[in-house]
Design a protein around this ligand. Structure first.
Ligand SMILES: Cc1cc2nc3c(=O)[nH]c(=O)nc-3n(C[C@H](O)[C@H](O)[C@H](O)COP(=O)(O)OP(=O)(O)OC[C@H]3O[C@@H](n4cnc5c(N)ncnc54)[C@H](O)[C@@H]3O)c2cc1C
Length: 190
């Protein structure tokens, strides 16, 4: 049978339409599935992929789903991340800090007590700082002070107290090639 004379034109039109659809989908953040391969990939289950695919017929394509790991940050997540930051900072802190570094620690703690993004924690921390002003004359002094302060928070939350003599074993320096992460102190005494 002779080929439909409109076939090449229809084919070109289909390609053009797919192309426009793809660009629009990218623009609004929906993943496009080519028209020629409609698929159903388990639309009801929340598997490891954050996306689900539905048929093109229903015009529902890949839609972003909420993934537990990218859900809202809890007070606990924030706390763990902040303690990781602070204890790592203390582990990296120089043996002989400069005057500026000691000042920075005090300012950082003061800023945390004002801007920590959990109001009750910030207020609580402000109180703790009032009776335990930051001590950052050396690496050891800072990491021990921080451990003590963290334990004060732990106690108020009914958590176990951490043995501060083990703080260096728990929080080591960052593993960076050629000590490129080390903070440099001073050789002078302040
Ligand atoms: C400044 C600040 C104030 C906070 N205030 C509050 C508050 O008022 N109310 C509230 O509900 N939550 C508060 N949090 C959060 C709370 O401290 C915990 O981070 C959160 O409850 C999660 O606890 P976690 O048991 O997973 O371990 P975290 O207490 O987050 O500790 C993380 C890890 O640090 C180690 N660790 C524990 N104690 C010490 C220590 N003393 N020294 C060294 N390492 C230690 C342990 O290995 C532990 O797994 C605060 C957090 C911060 C940073």
């Amino acid at each position: 049978m002779a080929e439909n004379p409109w076939q090449p034109l229809l084919h070109t039109f289909e390609k053009l339409s797919n192309c426009i659809q793809t660009h629009l989908s990218n623009f609004i953040g929906i993943k496009n599935t080519p028209r020629s391969s409609p698929t159903i990939q388990n639309p009801t289950s929340l598997d490891s992929s954050p996306l689900i695919t539905r048929t093109n017929n229903s015009n529902l394509q890949k839609l972003p789903l909420k993934d537990k790991s990218i859900g809202p940050v809890t007070k606990e997540d924030l706390g763990r991340a902040t303690w990781t930051f602070l204890h790592t900072l203390a582990a990296q802190y120089p043996e002989k800090p400069t005057r500026q570094q000691k000042k920075d620690v005090k300012e950082l703690m003061a800023i945390l007590s004002r801007m920590y993004p959990c109001r009750e924690c910030a207020d609580h921390f402000k109180e703790i700082l009032r009776s335990n002003p930051p001590r950052a004359g050396s690496q050891e002094e800072f990491s021990q002070w921080l451990c003590h302060v963290h334990n004060t928070v732990n106690r108020s939350l009914g958590k176990l107290v951490f043995p501060c003599e083990r703080v260096d074993a728990r929080w080591g320096k960052l593993e960076c090639e050629q000590k490129s992460c080390d903070l440099h102190g001073t050789s002078m005494d302040f």
